[in-house]
Design a protein around this ligand. Structure first.
Ligand code: AP5
Ligand code: ZN
Length: 217
């Protein structure tokens, strides 16, 4: 399956993507995680991306589309993938369509996670992620690690993302509404959008998503 996950910052895209990718046996491709891995390795791409991310802005398309394309062309993505955080504006969606067309492939669904803005703020304020791998995600209240400050998956140190400050979150939400939300209409026109509520226990949302994608666990 080829799936795009869309939703505001803090909607639970990363949390659900890890679980759905495992159940559907497809790789989870997160452009945010790819950028963060570059930042921690201090690559040129990481240095460039950090300045945009810390301000809550999108990293320029020229950089992002190339990086996403390289990742989608890896052998593990041949049979399908779950895209998280890409595409993030209409020109990225058009670029993805062109890439898929070149390979005679198409998307199966765009899963839209809906969550009210006050919940987003609470989720982001309590989020802690792992220094070793930013797809290891916790929440101080909603999904606390067994040991405070330590990743359950790999033992790495947990920290708060630099772009999770109140001002930057406000900017990220603004960017979501102005630049990312329009891709929902773009994909509605292709009949691909399934919308689910991202409120409730994590496992329930996973089941809701699988049901919407017409896949039983
Ligand atoms: P990215 O990393 O993609 O961030 P985002 O879209 O803002 O989304 P988040 O990671 O904040 O939230 P999420 O929906 O994954 O929620 P999570 O599962 O962590 O992008 C960061 C930046 O990179 C962008 O601002 C941009 O600069 C750049 N970038 C990335 N892609 C780009 C692109 N394509 N083009 C240009 N720039 C790009 O959950 C949040 C918290 O809630 C966690 O603590 C979690 O434990 C908790 N939680 C999850 N589910 C539940 C639940 N059901 N109940 C209670 N708590 C829950
Ligand atoms: Zn970890």
């Amino acid at each position: 399956m080829r799936i795009v996950l869309v939703g505001p910052p803090g909607a639970g895209k990363g949390t659900q993507a890890v679980r759905l990718a495992e159940k559907l046996r497809i790789p989870h491709i997160s452009t945010g995680d790819l950028f963060r891995a570059n930042i921690s390795r201090q690559t040129e791409l990481g240095k460039l991306a950090k300045s945009y991310m810390d301000a809550g802005n999108l990293v320029p398309d020229e950089v992002t589309i190339g990086m996403a394309k390289d990742r989608m062309e890896q052998p593990d993505a041949e049979g399908g993938f779950l895209l998280d955080g890409f595409p993030r504006n209409v020109s990225q969606a058009e670029a993805l369509d062109r890439l898929l067309q070149e390979e005679s492939m198409q998307l199966d669904a765009v899963l839209d996670l809906e969550v009210p803005e006050d919940e987003v703020v609470k989720r982001i304020a309590g989020r802690r992620i792992c220094r070793n791998d930013s797809s290891h995600v916790f929440h101080v209240t909603y999904s606390p690690p067994k040991q405070e400050g330590v990743c359950d998956v790999c033992g790495g140190e947990l920290y708060q993302r630099d772009d999770d400050s109140e001002d930057t979150v406000r900017k990220r939400l603004e960017v979501y509404h102005s630049q990312t939300e329009p891709i929902i209409d773009y994909y509605k026109a292709q009949g691909l959008v399934v919308t689910i509520s991202s409120l409730g226990p994590v496992e329930e949302i996973t089941q809701r998503a699988l049901g919407a994608l017409k896949r039983e666990d």
